[in-house]
Design a protein around this ligand. Structure first.
Ligand SMILES: [Zn+2]
Length: 246
């Protein structure tokens, strides 16, 4: 391919702009806030799991408390009734002892149920406190996350503006170059995943760093300035400058 040497040299500017955009895009993708956000997201997830587990235990304990109250109420009523009968003195001697035995039994049962009730009340208190603590911790994380998201979006928006500016410069510059040349550049850039042209600098390809061998250098030295040279290693357009060492 033939192209005006000035147009060939302008490809180095295009390549420079493309490198700048690639760097900015990389920075945009790897903003430090994203790392922190991912860590906080994981912490938040763990806290949410703990909160759900705590709430399940709390619901279980509350259900157990209700069941205990259901068991306790008839035992207490029966004890009251028996005690009243005993206190009335109207019970026959024969019926008195079994009733006293039952009163003893009921008292024991009620005491047991009340002990369990106290344990459960303590459990409910502990779980509630733990859930409150975990919920507060999660809220704090969510506040930090909101701040980080705002800061990340601000940084990203600033980078977007820079990217747009450079892309506009690039587009203007590319628009002034021969269509065939820029099309070749773009094709190479897409294939190598970066820039499509590089300076031939001190006998090396500025793209892949390969040093050109003697015969190639000789060929390039004798080539017309209009001829578009290519690197044999990476395929990039090699742009000759005063630093090429030809
Ligand atoms: Zn190369």
């Amino acid at each position: 391919m033939q192209a005006d040497p000035t147009a060939q040299q302008a490809l180095l500017q295009v390549a420079d702009l493309d490198t700048q955009v690639a760097r900015l895009r990389h920075r945009r993708k790897s903003l430090p806030e994203n790392v922190q956000l991912a860590e906080l997201q994981a912490k938040r997830g763990k806290l949410s799991e703990q909160i759900v587990a705590g709430q399940t235990r709390l619901t279980d304990a509350e259900a157990e408390q209700e069941r205990l109250e259901i068991d306790l109420a008839p035992a207490q009523a029966r004890l009251k009734r028996n005690q009243e009968k005993i206190d009335s003195g109207l019970i026959t001697q024969k019926a008195l002892q079994p009733m006293l035995d039952e009163v003893e039994h009921l008292k024991g049962r009620i005491a047991n149920l009340e002990d369990t009730q106290l344990e459960i009340m303590q459990r409910i208190e502990d779980e509630t406190e733990a859930i409150d603590r975990l919920t507060a911790a999660r809220k704090e994380i969510e506040t930090t996350m909101r701040d980080l998201l705002a800061s990340r979006d601000k940084s990203a928006a600033e980078l977007d503006i820079q990217i747009t500016n450079i892309a506009e410069q690039r587009s203007t510059l590319a628009g002034r170059l021969p269509a065939e040349l820029i099309a070749l550049y773009d094709k190479i850039a897409q294939r190598v995943g970066g820039t499509g042209a590089a300076e031939l600098r001190a006998r090396r390809c500025g793209g892949c760093g390969l040093e050109l061998d003697v015969s190639e250098l000789k060929r390039h030295a004798h080539a017309s300035p209009d001829e578009v040279l290519r690197c044999e290693e990476c395929g990039r357009i090699l742009v000759r400058t005063d630093n090429s060492g030809l």
